[in-house]
Design a protein around this ligand. Structure first.
Ligand SMILES: [Zn+2]
Ligand SMILES: [Zn+2]
Length: 369
């Protein structure tokens, strides 16, 4: 009985493993120059411009002006997202609505970048060496989304709507509620599924290897919410389609909830030192999400909410100690020197055990805490 096991092990060591290593090196050779070029041509130039804000950032330290910024930025952008969102979708959802929403986030990004410089949570996180990788991940996920995820979502919605949900009908959605309450309700319903999927990815070792890509970032900033493996996104997108098909919310509510979710996603990962106060107990906020990115597994396996933090409060995974600030030493807790290049991140889930083996000592440190 042991013979086939030995044979398959030999095939792996002699054929598959060398091929895998060769494939990884070849892919690096193709993508590394693209990453480098993008870094020099775009990321480095933007960083040079932003460097000019640093002296002003030191000057406003401890002033009332800074405090006002810290408290008002989040509610301001959330209100703007809702107001602009409902205006964009007033005449129904068209391709113009879609293009305008992309333009909106480009403008938001142009405002958030200098604001992160002006009121940073961590000055260490201002060093931009991973921006080009995150942009490539965004495009990689976009291609994967357009070709695989979106068709799969439509197919799922079509099947659920046609086969299962007619019995439930439109009446399930409380259209008489105020629009804002409807948006919030949809976020809460969607996040129930996201919560359990996210928690499963942390608590199951096979799932963790895919999700670790999202946690690989060594700094948090507004754009790195895009950092995740396309295969993780595939399942995520598939799960999202089911509640949407069931509840049959009006298109304008779905669209605005989607925009609000994106704004929360950007804030969740921002390096702006914003103060949310009571909102830390409602939304998945920068402060509670920083704990989620902790290398310490005990802190990292908390605050799973994607948009709201309500399910964490309900299921006992909420973590926000009073009088304490999250550390800015973040990353993958069970792997030291996690790959940071585009190709390295794409292949890392397939090599996770090998990466763990190379990191024996830090695993012990995490477990001993
Ligand atoms: Zn996570
Ligand atoms: Zn995150």
């Amino acid at each position: 009985m042991s013979q086939p096991a030995i044979q398959s092990n030999t095939i792996y060591l002699k054929v598959l493993r060398p091929f895998w290593v060769w494939f990884g090196r070849a892919a690096e050779r193709v993508f590394h120059p693209v990453e480098k070029l993008f870094y020099v041509a775009v990321v480095k130039q933007i960083s040079w411009l932003l460097d000019h804000i640093d002296p002003l950032s030191h000057r406003i330290e401890g002033t009332l002006f800074k405090k006002i910024l810290q408290v008002t930025i989040f509610p301001l952008f959330m209100t703007a997202t809702v107001v602009i969102g409902f205006n964009l979708v007033k005449g129904g959802y068209t391709s113009q609505t879609f293009i305008a929403s992309i333009g909106m986030y480009l403008i938001y990004g142009a405002i958030w970048m200098p604001l992160e410089r002006l009121i940073p949570f961590s000055r260490k996180w201002l060093k931009n060496s991973d921006g080009s990788t995150d942009v490539m991940l965004l495009f990689g996920n976009k291609i994967c989304g357009d070709w695989i995820i979106v068709p799969l979502q439509f197919a799922t919605i079509a099947i659920v709507v046609q086969e299962i949900s007619p019995a439930i009908g439109q009446s399930i959605w409380p259209s008489s509620l105020p629009l804002l309450a409807q948006v919030f309700l949809l976020l809460v319903i969607n996040d129930f599924f996201r919560y359990w999927y996210h928690r499963w990815m942390h608590e199951n070792s096979f799932m963790w290897r895919w999700h670790a890509v999202h946690h690989s970032s060594e700094r948090l900033y507004w754009f790195n919410g895009t950092r995740s493996h396309p295969l993780e996104r595939l399942v995520n997108g598939f799960l999202w389609a089911i509640p949407l098909a069931f509840v049959k919310a009006p298109v304008e509510i779905v669209f605005v909830a989607y925009l609000v979710s994106r704004t929360i996603g950007r804030f969740q990962h921002t390096n702006m030192d914003v103060i949310l106060g009571p909102f830390d107990y409602i939304f998945s906020s920068p402060k509670n999400h920083r704990y989620h990115h902790s290398k310490n597994m005990r802190e990292g396996n908390t605050n799973y909410g994607g948009d709201v933090i309500i399910w964490d409060l309900l299921f006992g995974t909420f973590y926000l100690p009073k009088g304490k600030q999250p550390s800015d030493d973040i990353g993958v807790g069970d792997v030291v020197n996690y790959p940071q290049s585009f190709v390295g991140l794409m292949l890392a889930p397939f090599n996770h055990r090998a990466l763990q083996k190379q990191s024996q000592a830090p695993v012990k440190i995490v477990a001993a805490e």
